[in-house]
Design a protein around this ligand. Structure first.
Ligand code: MN
Length: 203
């Protein structure tokens, strides 16, 4: 695996193919409060590109162009959070979207373990280290363990999707999954507006 760290935006001329895996790291779990620190991307080729935001200036035209490209599938694990963060800080609505967590919940009803680490272990036989999840992503100099952790969050998503599609097909839930993915940008908007608890779909 190779990790490429970029400050402020992706460099010109990088190609990510038709499916790009994306993850974000923030200062916490409240999108409007906790700033976006890092956006990780991978084409599924073993390379992870990390875009670091250090000065709270979110002008990243190359990154935004990629995220907004309707011809490119944006692949996340728990897209709901990342979509809200990306919209809040970069003003971009990512479409179309695919989410490995939603796919797993729809296809793997025999377990309640749908974390990235669980999916990598169960579907790919890969043991991910997870201990850096609560580290300080706002640091100007990220350490090696943080960079490796951040990269791991996007490096396996393509293979997870390839493992989950046949499971969704087998269970007759691929179309339902796609309907859920299409709704995710709206779900993220609802979160940003405060319609998260109670959920508007609750009675
Ligand atoms: Mn992550």
């Amino acid at each position: 695996m190779a990790i490429h760290l970029h400050r402020g935006d992706l460099p010109d001329g990088l190609e990510f193919g038709e499916i790009v895996a994306i993850d974000t790291e923030t200062m916490g779990l409240v999108p409007g409060r906790d700033r976006l620190c890092l956006v990780q991307l991978s084409a599924g080729d073993g390379h992870a590109h990390l875009v670091q935001f250090v000065d709270r200036r979110y002008e990243a035209p190359n990154l935004v162009r990629l995220l907004a490209d309707p011809g490119r599938l944006k692949l996340f694990h728990f897209a709901r959070f990342d979509l809200a963060v990306l919209y809040h800080y970069l003003g971009v609505e990512c479409r179309p979207v695919w989410c490995t967590k939603i796919a797993s919940k729809l296809a793997r009803t025999y377990t309640d373990r749908h974390g990235l680490k669980d999916l990598c272990r169960d579907l790919l036989g890969i043991d991910l280290p997870k201990e850096k999840q609560t580290s300080d992503w706002g640091a100007v100099e990220l350490d090696e363990a943080q960079l490796a952790y951040a990269a791991n969050d996007v490096l396996h998503l393509h293979r997870l999707r390839e493992a989950l599609v046949p499971l969704l097909e087998r269970e007759g839930r691929l179309a339902l999954a796609e309907a859920c993915f299409a709704f995710l940008p709206a779900r993220a908007q609802l979160d940003l507006l405060g319609f998260d608890e109670p959920d508007i779909f609750a009675h």
